[in-house]
Design a protein around this ligand. Structure first.
Ligand SMILES: CC(C)=CCC/C(C)=C/CC/C(C)=C/COP(=O)(O)OP(=O)(O)O
Ligand SMILES: [Mg+2]
Ligand SMILES: [Mg+2]
Ligand SMILES: [Mg+2]
Length: 583
């Protein structure tokens, strides 16, 4: 069944030879070439599709005066919106709708204190009787605002929309499209034990799917959009742009909000295009395309992934660092999965563990440039961050990088022994190979004072929310990539391990893994409620990492085959013009 590797040619390139064919992994080709003294080993080449972007983003040229002009233009509407947020004459319902729109438009980062202060007051004043009188849409918006910002508003406020005798949502609810849409968004913020939100999610999803084809205009666009991906599991930067395009009626009454959103999009796009240019140029200068041509060449996609973690302008340096380290992970993952022999993998892992330049001598030629660049980059970071006493964050990232290399080796050893791990054994290593420990720690390096030693100590406790994000990454990737990986004779995935452990069909295994993922989302939602273990600024990248998995892997393996979702997102953010300031 699933665990038996495909030993026959799958009709593709002859070079595509599952490693388990030549057990033990790494043995030379079964057909020795007499003319060659050292025959080239059979390599598990995947023939990944090339980049769809080539050098497109390298040619961008930033006009600093333009960036500065946007920064200056932001000031006036920014202050106008601040006045609105803090205006004591605005009633609670209007205020909460305003804060909701500000958040959905990606503008909350400009007013963290003001928003918190306002919500603190409003949350204390909550009168549950009020919720008895208002409509589903209003209640759902308020529920989201409070939950987005960490306030534990009870989901009992939705009880009144259920029929007391049947226990299901009323007919009235199923006729209220806007209310259902907002309830559907709300349900994604569910916690453990919130059965009413589990039911709401199933109910609204079914109802919205049923009626979507009958809708028109913005409402049709909104429902299509939410069914594809609700705000809570989306990439914040993209969700902000989509909300701006389809929910104008929510915020057009506040001229300053419209103006601020437009300028902010223009400002951020310039900055992000410059960052993308920098990492693209670096990638080219490092000549990865020549030294490791077998990997997935995905610079814009990885930059997008990291932009998904944080888009605030002050995290520019942090994004560059985290993007480079994640690109190193792509090289490492594809080298282990789609090029190196088991003997080479052992040598590479050992060199990464030793972390000294002299270890380069033991490496195969093709990976030497990578090893040199890896050590040099970390060296530079260490120097840069030693100055302000922050080298500890670089060390943590490095240690996590070494740990993932050992995790990848473990997978390779399992494959070499034709061994499928038990499910707990798989998950222990799987949380490491999820890459989210390395990425989240690397994300801290450039974040500045907020990512202090105390924050790092918290990360080192392997908190529940980080585990949940890693689990979502590991299992959602497995569910969407196992078939392709299995065909290529790669190491067994969580799907294989689950099948072996529980002796179930592939279909059941996938369903069960999806349930485990759903539960992990509830852990994440719990972890973002006040009082949080560490500041929300540190939790947000962890939450956003989970969101990015949904973005990349909800429908298919969007990373290996980036021509759909990721292409659309990259086009929207870095190719299409941002909203015009003219009208
Ligand atoms: C595991 C995962 C989703 C990580 C996300 C973080 C990230 C961008 C890691 C870099 C390597 C990578 C793109 C792995 C996903 O592909 P793959 O399916 O080849 O990963 P695998 O070999 O671990 O299954
Ligand atoms: Mg892989
Ligand atoms: Mg791998
Ligand atoms: Mg995979």
């Amino acid at each position: 069944m699933a665990l038996v590797r495909n030993n026959s040619s799958n009709g593709r390139e002859p070079v595509l030879s599952p490693r388990s064919l030549t057990s033990p992994r790494g043995l030379t080709s079964p057909r020795p070439l007499a003319a060659r003294p050292t025959p080239e080993p059979v390599r598990p080449l995947a023939n990944f599709p090339p980049s769809i972007w080539a050098d497109r983003f390298i040619t961008f040229s930033l006009d600093n005066s333009e960036l500065e002009a946007y920064a200056n233009a932001l000031e006036e509407p920014k202050e106008a919106v601040r006045s609105l947020i803090t205006d004591t004459t605005i009633d609670a319902t209007t205020k909460l709708k305003l804060i909701y729109s500000v958040h959905r438009l990606g503008l909350s980062y400009l007013y963290p204190e003001e928003i918190d202060a306002e919500l603190d007051i409003l949350f204390k004043k909550i009168d549950l009787d009020y919720y008895e009188q208002v409509d589903l849409y209003t209640i759902s918006v308020q529920f989201q605002v409070f939950r987005h910002h960490g306030y534990r508003l009870s989901s009992d406020i939705f009880k009144k929309f259920k029929d007391t005798t049947t226990g299901i949502f009323t007919d009235e609810v199923s006729k209220d499209v806007k209310g259902m849409l907002s309830l559907y968004e709300s349900a994604h913020l569910r916690l453990h034990g919130e059965d009413i939100l589990d039911e709401a999610l199933a109910f609204t999803e079914a109802q919205l799917k049923k009626i979507v084809s009958t809708l028109e205009g913005d409402l049709a666009r909104q429902v299509n959009q939410v069914l594809k991906r609700p705000f809570h599991t989306g990439m914040p930067m993209v969700e902000a742009r989509l909300y701006f395009n389809t929910h104008e009626e929510d915020f057009s009454c506040h001229e300053a909000v419209v103006k601020l959103a437009k300028i902010n999009f223009n400002y951020l796009q310039l900055q992000q295009k410059e960052e993308l240019r920098m990492v693209s140029q670096w990638w080219k200068d490092m000549e990865f395309q020549t030294s490791v041509p077998y990997i997935r060449d995905r610079v814009p996609e990885i930059y997008l992934w990291i932009l998904g973690l944080y888009f605030e302008p002050y995290y520019s340096r942090a994004r560059i660092i985290a993007t480079k380290i994640t690109l190193f992970l792509v090289v490492l993952d594809d080298t282990y999965d789609a090029y190196a022999t088991i003997d080479e993998i052992r040598l590479i892992t050992d060199a990464i563990n030793r972390w000294e330049m002299s270890a380069i001598d033991q490496l195969p030629q093709y990976i030497k440039p990578f090893f040199r660049i890896l050590l040099n980059e970390y060296d530079d970071l260490e120097k840069e961050y030693s100055k302000d006493g922050r080298a500890f964050s670089v060390h943590a990232s490095k240690q996590a990088f070494q740990e993932i290399a050992r995790g990848y080796l473990e997978e390779a050893e399992w494959l070499n022994n034709n061994y499928v791990a038990t499910f707990p054994e798989y998950m222990r290593n799987g949380l490491i190979t999820s890459a989210y420990n390395v990425i989240s720690k690397s994300a801290l390096v450039g974040m500045g004072a907020i990512a202090d030693e105390e924050a790092l100590a918290w990360f080192e406790t392997h908190p529940k929310i980080l585990k949940a994000s890693e689990l979502i990454s590991r299992l959602q990737d497995d569910v969407m990539t196992f078939q392709f990986e299995r065909k290529r004779g790669q190491s067994a995935t969580g799907v294989d391990a689950y099948i072996k452990e529980y002796k179930v069909s592939e279909e059941v295994a996938i369903k069960e893994l999806m349930k485990i993922i759903e539960n992990a989302w509830k852990d994440i939602n719990e972890g973002c409620l006040k009082p949080t273990e560490v500041s929300m600024a540190l939790l947000t990248p962890i939450l956003n990492l989970a969101r990015m998995i949904d973005v990349v892997y909800k429908f298919d393996d969007g990373f290996t085959f980036p021509g759909k979702t990721l292409k659309d997102y990259i086009t929207l953010l870095f190719v299409s013009p941002p909203p015009s300031l003219e009208n």
